[in-house]
Write a protein that binds this ligand. Structure first.
Ligand code: SF4
Length: 306
């Protein structure tokens, strides 16, 4: 199977030719929101997960195709720096490919000097850091047990000092997991120390590995952007989030209809059951107007019935 894919149109990078350094799904983390699916090999152990001969061939092919893309991106269906030949691959690409080189990484191996040294030569490092609080980090990213969050953060600071290219830090927020006030405060302080060139905010808009991962609303993302201040930008497309929000409402509607089919309920009870939905009254009124549920006054209290 080829390890080159694309070029694909990336909003952040332009036309990106991807090169996969690890197959599905080898990773040091098992993020709730991962769009590749649950991690099958959960490890910090580096190995030749893709053979060097294939990587070498792909980099030479990328050189042949230089007219057709803007940036060569080292990525993977997992963490690319886990490939033991990562440093070699960076060296070869920088030597023979004229187009800029970008690397996507989950930042977990940055304490290793040789990896940082290789990354310091690339044009753009897109590194992830979703939480700097141990508890939220473990809940969202589900790292291998031996991973130390402090070392990940130190690795990012060191890389920023050492690198010649740019460091863009991506923060993916999952509703109820890493978006609490204490998470954001701690994140802001750490970002100020890391000093990335850009901070990019994202949320769950593609089917996640675990259904429990839900997106933040557009409004909530905007508040986080304001809180983080200077330079933070939202990279989730607003339209995509609107589609996800619409699906979420449809799911809630179905759940309410299902609930009311079993028993009539007043609004307070429904609020307790579906407590995440702040505009529940509005939604119930819509269902009444659509004739899908009815209101029934019983002993001075309004019950919704199907
Ligand atoms: S670090 Fe990336 S590849 Fe690994 S589980 Fe998280 S999102 Fe998926």
């Amino acid at each position: 199977m080829g390890i080159l894919f694309g070029p694909v149109k990336s909003r952040r990078l332009g036309l990106s030719l991807g090169l996969e350094l690890v197959p599905k799904k080898i990773c040091s983390m098992d993020c709730l929101y991962c769009e590749v699916g649950p991690t099958t090999l959960h490890t910090l152990q580096r190995a030749e997960y893709v053979k060097w001969s294939l990587i070498e061939k792909a980099i030479y092919e990328a050189r042949e195709r230089e007219e057709r893309y803007d940036v060569l991106t080292f990525t993977g269906s997992g963490e690319p720096t886990l490939n033991i030949n990562f440093e070699e691959a960076v060296n070869l690409a920088k030597r023979i490919v004229k187009k800029p080189l970008a690397v996507l990484t989950n930042s977990t191996l940055l304490e290793q000097e040789s990896i940082r040294e290789a990354l310091s030569k690339v044009d753009l490092v897109l590194a992830s850091l979703d939480s700097v609080r141990e508890q939220s980090f473990k809940l969202v990213n589900r790292p291998v047990a031996s991973l130390v969050l402090e070392k990940v953060i130190e690795g990012l600071k060191d890389l920023r000092r050492e690198m010649r290219g740019e460091l863009w830090l991506e923060v993916l927020l999952v509703e109820g997991f890493n978006d609490k006030e204490e998470d954001l405060k701690a994140l802001k302080e750490t970002i100020e120390k890391i000093k990335p060139h850009r901070v990019q905010l994202n949320t769950v808009v593609r089917p996640p590995a675990y259904a429990v991962a839900k997106p933040l609303s557009w409004e909530a993302l905007c508040k986080v952007r304001e809180f983080l201040g200077d330079g933070a930008e939202i990279i989730t497309p607003k339209e995509q989030l609107a589609v996800v929000a619409e699906k979420k409402i449809q799911n809630i509607e179905e759940s309410i209809l299902d609930y009311l089919a079993r028993r009539p309920a007043p609004v307070e009870e429904l609020k307790t059951v579906f407590n995440k939905e702040s505009n529940l009254e509005e939604l119930l009124e819509k269902l009444v107007l659509q004739g899908r549920i009815k209101k029934h006054l019983y002993q001075g209290e309004i019950f919704y019935i199907s």
